[in-house]
Design a protein around this ligand. Structure first.
Ligand SMILES: NC(=O)c1ccc[n+]([C@@H]2O[C@H](COP(=O)([O-])OP(=O)(O)OC[C@H]3O[C@@H](n4cnc5c(N)ncnc54)[C@H](OP(=O)(O)O)[C@@H]3O)[C@@H](O)[C@H]2O)c1
Length: 331
């Protein structure tokens, strides 16, 4: 029977009948922390004459257009290593989209540093792709600092792909577990902030530094039960766009890949506290995007010429209209 089924999660996940799902609770998203970064604001530069030279002050007469040179990436950087495209650091590489992206980036010529908490998986993946494994908890400042230290001997760090993240639960906002919201924010948002801060000096050395963030359509849509995940992915999108503004004069590219429903082994399982039946139902009767499909998009974004920035790519199953409307012809 063919029908439209509503009340789906942004990534196609059924809305919880009861937010307190049973089953094994998998504490996968780390611990709360506070955002302590205090960037000197460059927003003021817009009105004070510094920075952002391509934006005229509103009280200045327009100058005749000058021939534009494309933004030049850093020229003084180290050469990419022997792999050809330089080094890519991939967070969340132990499963799903991160693992598939690590494989695809390696196939595209990157030397890949695979980072996540489950190092046994990382070692296997690193051996497979000829890369390196580094233990990383993106919610832990010391662990992030150790990542930066671990890649200090890489000839360059040219790409940081942020895949560490995920969702916890589907409770309505009024029933939200605040600690889960905090952990989702810490991993999805502050994880991107911490790792970017730690590796930015290396990206600045690169000839073509690039940050690619795994966002979600949950960063631009809302849906009932999306709650803390939707809020976190909106913040991921806002952070990514802000970062692009702040880095564009340095020739560092900042991109978001925003998938809809992707069938991975663990995303829904983690969201529903290990309830395999409920996790499987997310993908029942439809054809989701695969982690490999998303990885192909990541490679496309990561292999454009240095002057080309792909701001945001949305990649969804054909059968998914939006975050909570999925066609299930096989149901
Ligand atoms: N699947 C979807 O439908 C979908 C759709 C849109 C966006 N996304 C986003 O895509 C990303 C990957 O999702 P996925 O489907 O591949 O899920 P997944 O298989 O559950 O992968 C999540 C990854 O994040 C890592 N991770 C979680 N917490 C971490 C922490 N504190 N420190 C370091 N690594 C951590 C996990 O590794 P360890 O547990 O080993 O640390 C794992 O490798 C997430 O950001 C997710 O929000 C997924």
């Amino acid at each position: 029977m063919q029908h439209e089924q509503h009340d789906e999660g942004d990534d196609g996940h059924d809305r919880a009948e009861d937010g307190r799902a049973h089953g094994v609770h998998r504490e996968r998203l780390g611990h709360p922390d506070e955002l302590s970064t205090t960037h000197p604001s460059r927003v003021g530069d817009l009105w004070q004459g510094g920075g952002m030279p391509d934006v005229p002050r509103p009280d200045q007469p327009q100058q005749p257009a000058q021939p534009q040179q494309p933004a030049q990436p850093q020229q003084a950087g180290l050469a990419p290593d022997a792999a050809g495209r330089g080094t890519a650091v991939v967070t969340g590489a132990s499963s799903g989209i991160g693992a598939a992206s690590a494989r695809a980036l390696a196939a595209a010529g990157f030397h890949v540093v695979c980072a996540a908490r489950r190092v046994d998986r990382l070692h296997a993946l690193a051996a497979e792709v000829g890369g390196r494994a580094v233990e990383l908890d993106v919610t832990d400042d010391a662990s992030v600092a150790a990542l930066a230290e671990a890649v200090a001997d890489q000839p360059s760090v040219d790409l940081v792909l942020h895949c560490a993240g995920g969702a916890l639960g589907m409770e309505p906002v009024v029933e939200a577990d605040v600690d889960r919201w905090r952990r989702m924010y810490d991993t999805n948002v502050l994880g991107v902030v911490r790792v970017t801060q730690a590796l930015l000096p290396r990206l600045r050395e690169s000839r073509a530094g690039q940050v690619v963030v795994m966002g979600s359509i949950a960063g631009s849509e809302v849906y009932p039960g999306g709650g803390g995940y939707v809020a976190a992915k909106h913040a991921v999108r806002a952070t990514t766009e802000t970062l692009r503004w702040e880095l564009h004069t340095e020739g560092i590219r900042v991109s978001e890949v925003a998938p809809g429903m992707v069938q991975t082994d663990e995303f829904a399982l983690v969201r529903f506290d290990g309830d395999a039946e409920r996790a499987a139902a997310v993908y029942a009767g439809t054809t989701p995007v695969t982690a490999e499909d998303v990885a192909e998009v990541v490679v496309f974004v990561a292999t454009r010429p240095a002057h080309v920035d792909i701001d945001r790519v949305v990649v969804k199953p054909v059968l998914q209209a939006n975050g909570h409307t999925v066609h299930r012809p096989g149901a």
